[in-house]
Design a protein around this ligand. Sequence first.
Ligand code: CO
Length: 136
Amino acid sequence: MSDLLLTEIDHVAIAVNDLEAAIAWYGEVFGATVDHRERVESDGVEEALLKVADSYVQLLTPIRDDSPVAKYLANKGEGLHHVGYRVDDCAVALQAVKDGGGRVIDEAPRPGSRGTTVAFVHPKTSFGTLIELVQE
Ligand code: CO
């Protein structure tokens, strides 16, 4: 199968300790404004999406100590956390990863922020990048 499953960069997610400070910095330096903000209780994070063309910069901070993003910040510090690729069908793209021998974090698509359907792919088999498949 060689059909292109990725249609756009949906977002680049950056883990930060201080969400307000990061939002202010992007605003002051680049004039970026918050397009969407959401607490995702299931993932233990609060996110702010700054629109850049048809994609987003997603600033991400933990709201609980057991959040994966809290562990990430403790281990690696602030920085690039994952890349969200937009897909037409999350289930199809996830199956393609599995068929290719890739390791997944989500066995099946699940609800993401702003009404999307998402699935995470483990960085171990994707060259060190945590990938989120995002279906709008
Ligand atoms: Co994301």
